[in-house]
Design a binder for this molecule. Structure first.
Ligand code: 0WD
Length: 258
């Protein structure tokens, strides 16, 4: 039996359904012997996430919409008897129209919303949960290449991911003295509910498979297994990093002509 995470407790925010990247991370964590706590975003997701928790063998399921400070405070209260080792932040949101029209037309409200849910929440969640990581631990989040390169229609989400990646570095600096590491996994495109909101997402999937060194798209289980590395003691020297799990796509410049 694999036991890279035996004796560790992980809280995973962002499981919405079986296709969620957070679900693949939870599967890898359970396989490696972690105790897993899931959160859901409001009543709408409660039943689904409770069912998924049963399938996964997750221990607890708690409510938390990260945009509501009172729900984050209630989460901390509910966790007061827990010793957390790993926090997985797998949350993002932007208005659908901001992921289809030209970036220059992004509204102020759409910009603020994308940044609040997708970037600021890593800061608020880290601030709330780090005190429960008494023996140190690992915080990780999910990002995308659109933070550093222009990807068609990724738009305001790319800007929010840039803020998220910078936040990873500042949080790693703040929390290092407590032996809490903070990293991001930059996953290749994966067909999930959130990704379907991006116009022409299937063209991105096809384009990546055609160009990536591994000549295919990213399997969510590969992200889950990298999350195991970062959450486990194997990753003990790694903090403030963005690790690409993308079949190698990000290294490519120009595709060789046929
Ligand atoms: O290609 C992809 N799918 C990639 C995703 C490539 C690289 C990175 N990512 C990132 C996303 O940007 C996100 O940060 O991975 C993370 C997880 O995204 P996902 O697994 O692709 O998408 P999904 O299954 O939809 O999970 C995101 C979840 C929400 O799901 P819905 O579908 O209900 O919007 O984020 C959660 C929610 O569960 N979420 C919130 N949770 C708490 N409070 C909130 C909120 N306010 N808003 C969204």
């Amino acid at each position: 039996m694999a036991t890279l995470l035996a004796g560790k407790t992980a809280i995973i925010l962002g499981v919405a359904n079986k296709w969620s990247i957070a679900y693949a991370i939870a599967e890898s964590y359970r396989r490696e012997g972690a105790r897993v706590i899931l959160t859901y975003q409001g009543e709408r997701q409660k039943g689904t996430v409770e069912d998924l928790a049963k399938d996964l063998g997750a221990d607890r399921v708690l409510n938390c919409d990260v945009t509501k400070p009172e729900e984050l405070a209630a989460l901390v209260e509910a966790l007061s008897n827990e010793k957390l080792d790993i926090v997985v932040h797998s949350i993002a949101f932007a208005n659908r129209e901001d992921l289809s029209r030209p970036f220059i037309e992004t509204s102020r409200d759409g910009f603020l919303l994308a940044h609040e849910v997708s970037a600021y929440s890593l800061i608020s969640v880290s601030n709330a949960l780090a005190p429960l990581m008494a023996h140190g631990g690992s915080i990780l989040t999910l990002t995308y290449l659109g933070a550093v390169r222009v990807i068609p229609n990724y738009n305001v989400m790319g800007v929010a991911k840039a803020a998220l990646e910078a936040s990873v570095r500042y949080l790693a600096s703040d929390l290092g003295a407590k032996n809490i590491r903070v990293n991001a996994i930059s996953a290749g495109p994966i067909k999930t509910a959130s990704a379907r909101g991006i116009k022409d997402f299937s063209k991105v999937l096809d384009g990546v498979a055609a160009v990536a060194p591994l000549q295919r798209n990213t399997d969510p289980a590969e992200v889950g297994d990298t999350a195991v590395f970062l959450g486990s003691d194997l990753g003990r020297g790694v903090t403030g990093n963005v690790i690409y799990v993308d079949a190698g796509f990000q290294i490519m410049g120009l595709q060789a002509p046929e």
